[in-house]
Write a protein that binds this ligand. Structure first.
Ligand code: SAH
Length: 342
């Protein structure tokens, strides 16, 4: 698929087809605008025929709009896999929340994306496609993008699909394409430690978001299987390394689960382990997932916890909940394959 290719690779691809180099720019721009091949008007018919098999295609299998302006789309890829993505509207522009895998194998006890395990990794172009779709839908161009921010917080674990995600980050920030700065991209991970080091060593500077959800390993292991592989101490050490290399403040996600991780003891312990770190804690009352018995806390309780953390010297806020009514909120994406699991 040519959406997986960087601009320079498209140049080679076009040359190999015996076409002049300027065609590469036309093709790349058309693709980055999210156009269907037939709608790229400046490409010749014969070239379109030659590249049709390599051009990205998808169908929109569902498109839901929330009362708060959030939109969720399920795109059906050429092999029938479904990817879900969410569009969030903020004052400054639009953010797209992309999926990085079809399903997920991390097994977090509170998350819908992991219910059917991992089906497959998404390629770099398949991740990019989700942004191009929404930018096109909103009438954005390359000069005037509508989508300004990206969060890798949909289905899947980005650091479990490292190579494709790394390539995606290069593609989405490519100056010939959407040119979205890494400063406007957040990558959320449950904490695959070696790949946090790799991300820093490979020169990326996206905002690193760690799904912590517990202040100690014992509790974390009960809700996140990945905690059996990497300890919180190891994760925090990797975060220090990432911060030293990039200067980017680390974000910690803490989804509040009633009676599990929301007690005063846990909150105090959280403040203790994050003390003196340049970081921010995002508190999210757990969103309900019907197959899971875990419950969230009230927003009022979340604000009390945020206040407590702030008092203890931790920069903490409560995340706005968006798109809950269309199952587009954190942890609710579930990749309903062919309707079988709907
Ligand atoms: N695999 C990545 C991205 C997952 S989704 C990661 O683990 O970070 C983004 C965030 O939503 C993660 O912090 C995840 O733990 C959280 N999340 C999952 N299910 C949730 C739920 N039901 N309610 C609130 N947050 C949830």
């Amino acid at each position: 698929m040519i959406l997986d290719m960087a601009y320079e690779e498209i140049v080679e691809y076009v040359k190999n087809l015996g076409e002049p180099v300027y065609r590469a720019k036309q093709l790349f721009e058309g693709m980055m605008l999210g156009k269907k091949l037939e709608d790229i008007s400046n490409l010749s018919k014969s070239l379109k025929e030659k590249i049709a098999k390599d051009y990205p295609t998808f169908e929109v299998s569902a498109h839901l709009k929330s009362k708060d302006g959030t939109q969720k789309v399920a795109l059906k890829l050429s092999d029938g896999s479904i990817v879900e993505s969410v569009l969030l509207k903020y004052k400054y522009g639009y953010t797209v929340c992309v999926s990085t895998q079809v399903g997920c194998r991390m097994g977090c006890k509170f998350c819908a994306s992991t219910l059917n395990g991992l089906q497959r990794n998404l390629s770099a172009g398949e991740i990019l496609l989700q942004i191009l779709f929404f930018n096109h839908l909103l009438g954005g161009t390359l000069k005037e993008r509508k989508v300004t921010n990206v969060v890798l917080m949909g289905c899947g674990e980005p650091l479990d699909n490292y190579d494709n995600v790394a390539k995606f980050l290069k593609l989405v920030s490519s100056p010939e394409g959407l040119n979205i700065s890494q400063r406007n991209i957040s990558l959320s991970t449950c904490g695959i430690v070696p790949n946090i080091y790799k991300l820093a060593d490979d020169g990326f500077s996206v905002t690193l978001t760690i799904s912590l959800h517990a202040p100690n390993d014992e509790l974390r292991k009960t809700i996140m299987p990945i905690a059996n592989a990497y300890s919180i101490t190891e994760i925090l050490k990797a975060c220090d390394y990432y911060f030293d290399k990039t200067g980017r403040r680390i974000e910690f996600e803490y989804s509040l689960i009633s009676g599990v991780n929301d007690g005063d003891k846990e909150v105090e312990q959280l403040a203790k382990i994050l003390k003196d770190k340049t970081c921010h804690v995002n508190l999210i009352p757990l969103n309900s997932v019907k197959e899971k018995s875990l419950l969230g806390v009230s927003r009022k309780r979340a604000y009390v916890i945020a206040g407590k953390l702030v008092k203890l010297g931790i920069n903490a806020t409560v995340r706005r909940t968006m798109g809950e009514d269309i199952e587009g909120a954190c942890g609710q994406l579930r990749n309903r394959i062919g309707g079988a699991n709907a």
